[in-house]
Design a protein around this ligand. Structure first.
Ligand code: ADP
Ligand code: MG
Length: 326
């Protein structure tokens, strides 16, 4: 396929932009039907999203569900039902499938949803496609609701998953202290379900997205859908400095770059007009949130202290940022 993923989605979105029913369709983390029902679907393919001879299939079962829960959470909702479709090569190991099912049970026990169906087919390559159905805690949180001057907050730590992935691939440029932490973060992301419920109860959340493609690329989705720009202070990004250790102070640019452009953190970016007491949020929920910038009428201003970063030189995982700036 010569077209990029987002180019194709735009072509489909344009053709189907006038739905017969009253829905929020293509373009957000999940579709919204009947005002507060959420539906999302994500597929993982062997050789593209994971390597079946390297990954623990219990982790794969966990992660394939968790990434879908993350999309439901990003819409301000909680998961209720899941359907799993598996494509399995004829000679595939039963032990791996059993481990996969254990992983699905593990994430079910944490987040509480019912597995209600799916499909099982023969396939030349192992793949799994999950559909998750959920419901909003209140109104749906969209990518398009950000307002000028909204604060931009992010949850947890970002860049961890990329460090874990590069450790697994053996191509992380600089050593880190706590390898296990980063690898665990890569394989078992934690959708911020309790946190979003709390935030929606106490604050006005204007827009929200989960970080699957990378912080900048995903923030860009909020900006595009809200027809706004943003200002980001890179030094405010929550990076696991202590777990990286000495390499962070020697090569900060490398780790900031990973945090800005690498995906799969499954943390949230949300915008709000409220100046939030982050210590109170931590006290009440045990979860970190931190302000990293604010929405502007237009333009993309990404700064490290007083230095303005050239976004063309920041190769985002899915390069849609570079394309726009070019
Ligand atoms: P996320 O990273 O949050 O999972 P995606 O980038 O995968 O979001 O998808 C963005 C939007 O495009 C979503 O609304 C999704 O449902 C829609 N989408 C993706 N692929 C297709 C497709 N083949 N046909 C129709 N809609 C699609
Ligand atoms: Mg998403």
């Amino acid at each position: 396929m010569k077209r990029g993923e987002f180019e194709l989605i735009e072509i489909i979105r344009k053709k189907f932009s006038n739905p017969t029913h009253n829905v929020l369709g293509i373009g957000d983390d999940a579709a919204v039907i009947d005002k507060n029902q959420l539906i999302t679907s994500d597929a993982l393919v062997d050789g593209v999203h994971f390597l079946s001879n390297k990954i623990d299939f219990a982790d794969l079962g966990y992660k394939s569900i968790a990434v879908n829960i993350s999309d439901i959470v990003a819409m301000g909702g909680f998961p209720i039902y899941a359907l799993i479709t598996m494509g399995i090569p004829a000679d595939f190991s039963d032990d791996k499938i059993d481990a996969f099912i254990r992983g699905v049970e593990a994430v079910r026990d944490i987040y509480g949803f019912d597995l209600i169906g799916g499909d099982t087919v023969k396939s030349p390559t192992f793949f799994v496609s999950i559909t998750m159905i959920g419901k909003t805690f209140a109104h749906p949180l969209t990518r398009g609701g950000a307002k000028p001057k909204d604060y931009i907050y992010t949850t947890g730590r970002i860049g961890d998953s990329a460090i874990g992935l590069h450790l697994e691939l053996g191509d992380l440029k600089y050593p880190v202290d706590d390898k296990e932490y980063f690898i665990t973060r890569h394989y078992t992301p934690e959708p911020r379900l309790k946190l979003i419920e709390y935030m929606m109860k106490h604050y006005r959340i204007n827009s929200c997205i989960d970080i699957s493609d990378g912080f900048l690329g995903d923030l860009r989705h909020i900006a595009d859908e809200s027809q706004l720009g943003f200002f980001i202070e890179v030094n405010e990004l929550p990076i696991s400095k202590h777990k990286i250790g000495a390499s962070f102070s020697t090569y900060p640019d490398y780790f900031y770059h990973l945090a800005l452009t690498s995906g799969e953190d499954y943390e949230l970016i949300f915008t709000t007009p409220d100046d939030i007491d982050t210590m109170k949020v931590y006290g009440d929920t045990g979860e970190f949130i931190i302000p990293v910038g604010f929405m502007e009428e237009s333009g993309f201003d990404v700064r490290m202290k007083d230095k303005k970063l050239d976004l063309n030189n920041l190769q985002s995982g899915f390069n849609h940022f570079a394309k726009l700036e070019a």
